[in-house]
Design a binder for this molecule. Structure first.
Ligand SMILES: [Fe+2]
Length: 451
């Protein structure tokens, strides 16, 4: 009883600070913040803020490490700043782009013109699909003696990761494969050529992470990371104008990847108050921009900005809080099959979230914190008012399903995956830092539900 009185006193104090004139009453019998009922939108919003404040108090018994972040230049038109940023330390650069869209765009044309005007000598490498160790090795061999001042990765996650890996290997001997996680025969010492990340899609958040994902597709395929604290890009230049030309289907898949990263790092067992704050901010921006970027992405710069910001934050949160079971699936599926990462995440996100929440509800007291986080995400993404823990978690599952349906993310069968492929995928799938580690039967159920 004393505990509840103390909690209510704290709530009153916070409501005072929030200028809430109509404090709800009575307090819920459980003392659970998420179960407070509010009558209207403003009250619901205040309740949300209230919960956030209480969580901040509750969670400060933790300790954490937050890795370095890039120097960030964010906003429409920022690409024009690139020559000036390059000029800070030299004039020889390698541009790494994707093989199609960006290098045939007007942006690429005007960038190369600007580089020439500023007497910046540039080389150009284009990666097709997700980068392989062989692609990185070939380009390191080609450019090792060019005395490069910068490597610049411009494009989707593949181009940024390719550039990041090349910059990481230019001052090293031997193949990048020797430094990859899980097959490491050599420890990378962190020396690299300075790297600028310029994303043209809003998805992987690679512009803010310390790893580059390399893939070998096929029967013996794998996805593995080249990872070191020093691989965090020196500069992340995020220009939402570059995303206007991203097609709707790619926009949807990339957006669902960013959303998955935010949600998985938010509920992760490694989350901290700092990653929570960033993840919540990212989820708010996904709520504002996801559908609009899919439906009106060719012109809606505001929607593109929301999603670019959310993706950037997702890179920061995943690098510092880790990920969950959807990304546990993404590595083996992406290694065995040439399916874009965002599509894998998008197709599995709804069902993986449903089964994870179901599992957490088997012991709601023990899992209260994770469930409240899922509930908060449900309120944020749906824009509806909070009613109960159960209801709010259902809202999340429902909203994810609606978005996946609306954007036409393919099911596994449409991606040429069948039940026969499951055992091999499941052998390599882990729950990562999910708050509810899932068993093989539960993992199978997620895949089966998306066949
Ligand atoms: Fe991802």
């Amino acid at each position: 009883m004393d505990r509840l009185v103390g909690r209510n006193a704290r709530i009153c104090h916070i409501l005072d600070q929030l200028d809430c004139l109509h404090a709800p009453e009575p307090w819920p019998e459980t003392g659970g913040v998420s179960k407070i009922r509010f009558a209207g939108t403003r009250e619901s919003f205040l309740g949300h803020r209230l919960a956030a404040r209480l969580d901040a108090e509750i969670k400060m018994d933790t300790d954490f490490v937050f890795a370095r972040i890039p120097e960030i230049h964010f906003g429409p038109g920022k690409l024009s700043q690139l020559p000036k940023l390059i000029g800070r330390k030299g004039s020889r650069v390698l541009l790494v782009t994707g093989s199609s869209s960006f290098q045939h765009s007007a942006h690429f044309e005007s960038l190369t013109q600007a580089l020439k005007q500023d007497d910046i000598e540039y080389f150009h490498a284009a990666v097709s699909g997700e980068p392989s160790p062989a692609f990185v090795d070939q380009n390191v061999d080609r450019y090792r003696d060019e005395r490069l001042d910068w490597v610049i990765g411009i494009g989707g996650g593949s181009a940024v990761d390719a550039g990041k890996a090349i910059s990481a290997m230019l001052l090293q001997d031997g193949s990048v494969a020797a430094c990859l996680e899980g097959m490491e025969t050599k420890k990378h010492d962190g020396r690299k050529v300075s790297f600028i990340a310029v994303p043209t899609s809003s998805g992987t958040g690679s512009e803010a992470t310390k790893n580059a994902v390399l893939s070998e597709i096929g029967n013996r395929g794998y996805k593995s990371s080249l990872r070191h604290d020093s691989f965090v890009p020196d500069i992340a230049l995020v220009d939402p104008e570059l995303m206007l030309s991203c097609p709707p289907q790619v926009t949807a898949a990339c957006g669902l990847d960013a959303l998955t990263q935010l949600l998985e790092s938010y509920v992760s067992t490694k989350a901290s108050p700092m990653t929570d704050a960033l993840a919540l901010s990212g989820l708010e921006h996904v709520a504002k921009g996801f559908i609009a970027a899919f439906e009106n992405g060719q012109t809606d710069i505001e929607a593109r900005s929301h999603m670019a910001y959310a993706a950037l934050l997702s890179g920061l949160t995943l690098a510092n809080a880790g990920l969950g079971v959807v990304h546990g699936f993404a590595s083996p599926i992406g290694g065995y099959h040439a399916i874009p990462h965002g599509v894998v995440c998008g197709t599995l996100l709804g069902e993986a979230t449903r089964i994870t929440i179901e599992t957490l509800f088997s012991d709601p007291d023990k899992n209260q914190r994770a469930l409240e986080k899922y509930a908060r995400a449900g309120i944020l993404l749906s824009g509806k008012r909070s009613i109960s823990l159960n209801y709010d978690c259902d809202l999340l599952i429902q909203t994810l399903r609606e978005w996946i349906e609306l954007t036409g993310i393919p099911r596994l069968r449409q991606l040429n995956l069948g039940e026969a492929d499951f055992p091999k995928i499941l052998d390599k799938t882990s729950s990562k830092n999910s708050p509810a580690p899932l068993n093989r039967a539960q993992l199978t159920a997620i895949l089966a539900a998306r066949l």
